[in-house]
Write a new protein. Structure first.
Length: 352
């Protein structure tokens, strides 16, 4: 049986991890780049799945598999923050009132000053901002365009107000192809966003749906970074009333959208899009054998080339999550790659 060899020349898969309080579980964000040098003999789909397999083999460690839970280490004090956080949320003023019809509460009472304070405590030099759900995943065309534009311009202003500390993954109204293409051009060319932020699903559509082809064509042409974040899909809310939907559905919806991208042929047709899947790629590392029917050689572990830091602020405390990362026992060179260098490979403008 033939196999695709995951070579060191491949642009890295990445995962952005945090270590929850009192648990050995890890949440992370995984990215795959389709530039794949050294895999010319493999199809884009197999390349994509090879990278997902490497994450599953080298980076995903279920709770309970280790003999002893590592002790949480304090965040090391440094004179200058150096970490890069690519999973960091924001809201623009009035967002919750417009989208959810509610006022900001304690968890959602976000401000730039709160982010900067948390970043400084955590040794984070720069955070890539993305709008909290539901973002612009709404059917109302004008409202979706307005949400995207207000969010993207607010992010751009934050980048000007806090130079070097904030960058962004731009929001687009994906259900509106024309509006999405206009916002991609404006956000990437004028506002200088570092990539595009999407939800894992939009009503009954996942990211491999043919309706999104014009958007993928443009993002593929630009070799854009596409960051995905899960939500609780319309299909599966309140299945078990005692279980909050996000507990199960965030991971499951991420896996659904990866499956949609793979089996629809989207990743094969648009190989230059560089994908980031938050929350460890959902359950994908554990279900990969159902996707891959050929042997994959993973002897060259890619763990040190994959991970990135992601705090999920303001839903998590950055210093606590960084402390969990420090406690995990990475050698210094790998820890440095996780905390900064892997992000710079994917987002080189952050080094400017």
């Amino acid at each position: 049986m033939s196999s695709c060899v995951l070579r060191r020349q491949i642009a890295p898969i990445a995962m952005i991890g945090y270590f929850p309080r009192g648990s050995h579980r890890r949440k992370s964000t995984m990215s795959t780049s389709q530039s794949g040098a050294g895999l010319s003999h493999c199809s884009p789909r197999r390349t994509f799945l090879s990278k997902l397999a490497a994450l599953g083999a080298a980076g995903a460690i279920p709770g309970g598999l280790t003999a002893q839970e590592p002790k949480r280490a304090p965040v090391a004090a440094r004179r200058k923050p150096y970490r890069i956080d690519v999973h960091h949320h924001l809201m623009y003023p009035g967002y919750l009132e417009e989208i959810a019809g509610r006022r900001a509460g304690s968890t959602f009472n976000w401000s730039p000053a709160m982010s900067i304070e948390d970043m400084d405590k955590s040794g984070i030099a720069a955070s890539i901002l993305s709008l909290i759900q539901p973002s612009a995943s709404i059917a109302d065309v004008e409202k979706g365009r307005r949400v995207a534009r207000l969010s993207n311009e607010f992010c751009a202003q934050l980048a000007r107000d806090y130079p070097g500390r904030f960058a962004s993954f731009a929001t687009i109204p994906l259900l509106d192809a024309e509006g999405s293409l206009k916002e991609i051009e404006y956000a990437l060319d004028t506002l200088k966003a570092h990539g595009i932020s999407l939800m894992t699903s939009y009503q009954d559509k996942y990211l491999g749906d043919g309706a999104f082809a014009p958007v993928w064509e443009e993002l593929n042409r630009r070799k854009a970074v596409v960051y995905t974040h899960p939500l609780s899909p319309e299909c599966c809310r309140n299945i078990k009333s005692e279980v909050p939907p996000a507990v199960v559905e965030y991971a499951t919806d991420t896996t659904r959208t990866i499956a949609s991208l793979v089996f629809s042929g989207t990743v094969a047709r648009y190989p230059d899009i560089r994908w980031i899947f938050s929350h460890s790629g959902g359950t994908m590392p554990f279900l990969l054998s159902r996707f891959v029917r050929q042997e994959i050689d993973m002897k060259e572990k890619a763990a040190q080339r994959m991970p990135k830091v992601g705090t999920d602020f303001p839903f998590r405390d950055g210093a606590e999550e960084i402390g969990g990362l420090a406690a995990y026992g990475f050698v210094p060179s790998d820890l440095r790659a996780i905390e900064r260098e892997n992000a710079l490979r994917l987002l080189p403008r952050l080094s400017a």
